[in-house]
Design a protein around this ligand. Structure first.
Ligand code: G
Ligand code: G
Ligand code: NA
Ligand code: MN
Length: 252
């Protein structure tokens, strides 16, 4: 109960922040951008994980406001990143309950109008599960892509997608779920699944990202599988904007 109440004014009280987790290209380990991850600094609870407050916000109807804030903040802050030789990507997570909302493309369009710049490529991450109502979700995602944003399918391999999706999936990237990546060296089935996801993505012209990379041997294994980009604690944890800017300057 109280968590719901406190979440209500959290944006206005300046308690929300976006942190940025580095993503690198596996061919040369250069930065490609970051995943923007929301953090709630609650005065009474300390740092609350989005894994806790996003489900609450989805139940109480506060999710749209939080998502609009996340989109606008991530785009605005990414425009402050030092420029690389190619545009850097900023990936924002879209909650499943919004993926089928008819006004989602409009929210994205408004944020791009305000903060879009040619040095930053917006990527929206949707989970496989949110594509269950595929007709409506696909239509919304297609409209978002027409605005110039890219779509990444998060936690791929753990949801409910069927292969028929690939006939007309409006997406640009698959993210191999952390559960496969973290056991790629110890569980042959995980390694096979990761390889299949990489091949599936490439067959349909999508790029593939590995998430949850915690050690160099796993990074190497993902590279061997043909994965395109990676993120994880080995490369960097999610960090506040100034720290991410320093990371970029050190790495670019
Ligand atoms: O960063 P962390 O491990 O705490 O994230 C926990 C979960 O919350 C992850 O599943 C992540 O995708 C999700 N998450 C993080 N930031 C956002 C956000 O801005 N919006 C939504 N909808 N989910 C987010
Ligand atoms: O659900 P999503 O895929 O958006 O998950 C993002 C979450 O994964 C964040 O909570 C982030 O803190 C966490 N995360 C990112 N990198 C790693 C990692 O290398 N290991 C583990 N265990 N978690 C990670
Ligand atoms: Na994500
Ligand atoms: Mn994920």
């Amino acid at each position: 109960w109280d968590l719901e109440m406190q979440l209500g004014g959290a944006i206005e009280r300046g308690e929300m922040a976006m942190h940025y987790q580095p993503q690198v290209r596996l061919s040369d380990l250069r930065p490609v951008g970051a995943e923007a991850l929301m953090r709630w600094n609650s005065p009474s609870r300390g740092v609350v994980s989005p894994a806790v407050f996003i489900p609450v916000a989805e139940r109480t109807g506060q999710i749209k406001k939080l998502t609009v804030w996340a989109l606008n903040t991530a785009l605005r802050q990414a425009s402050l990143w030092p420029a690389g030789d190619a545009p850097l990507t900023v990936s924002v997570n879209l909650p499943g309950t919004l993926a089928t909302q008819p006004d989602l493309p409009e929210l994205v369009e408004d944020a791009l109008k305000l903060w879009g710049c040619d040095r930053v490529q917006l990527v929206l991450e949707v989970t496989e599960g949110s594509l269950m109502d595929s007709e409506r979700a696909f239509a919304a995602l297609a409209r978002i892509r027409a605005l110039g944003a890219k779509i990444s399918i998060d936690d791929f391999g753990t949801g409910y997608s069927c292969l028929a999706y690939f006939r007309n999936l409006p997406a640009d990237e698959l993210k191999v779920d952390r559960s496969f990546v973290s056991s790629i060296l110890t569980d042959p089935a995980s390694a096979d699944i990761a390889q299949l996801i990489v091949d599936l993505a490439h067959r349909f012209g999508l790029s593939v990202a590995g998430e949850g990379v915690e050690d160099a041997a796993t990074l190497h294994a993902l590279t061997q599988l043909g994965c395109d980009t990676a993120q994880g604690f080995l490369l960097g944890k999610a960090m506040p904007l100034p720290q991410f800017q320093r990371w970029l300057m050190g790495a670019v």
